[in-house]
Design a protein. Structure first.
Length: 133
């Protein structure tokens, strides 16, 4: 089963991952998205191991579970830290200073801005996938 794992930057600057669409509590935390993903994946292993060791039946929602990670802007730029925020902002038509504030989680971002940024990400992905060397 595929389910969403949301990655968000907290007010304390750390990153957290949680699964809003399932009843089982699976979380991960870390100072970076990479650390949070490692912690999250460990939590998944631990919950599966718990059911095996206790001889309890695994809930349907956890059988063959796979995660689709969904990032907020701060976590996306943390995980893909090789993206130049200012240059990306210009390509997306967003003020670079505002994009840096989004990256730090210091200001609200509207759904419209999120979709605009997401569309540019997908466009860049398509462009990169089409490169021939």
């Amino acid at each position: 089963m595929k389910t969403t794992a949301l990655i968000e930057r907290g007010k304390n600057g750390a990153f957290g991952i949680f699964t809003p669409d399932i009843n089982s509590t699976i979380i991960g935390e870390g100072n970076t998205v990479e650390e949070a993903k490692t912690d999250f994946e460990n939590s998944v292993r631990e919950i599966l191991q718990f059911y095996r060791e206790d001889g309890k039946e695994l809930p349907d929602e956890l059988k063959d579970i796979q995660f689709v990670y969904k990032y907020d802007i701060a976590s996306m730029f943390d995980y893909y830290n090789w993206i130049n925020v200012s240059k990306f902002a210009r390509k997306a038509g967003v003020n670079p200073s505002l994009m840096r504030q989004y990256r730090m989680g210091k200001t609200y971002i509207s759904e419209n801005q999120i979709r605009k940024i997401e569309n540019i990400l997908h466009q860049l992905g398509n462009e990169l996938a089409a490169i021939k060397l």
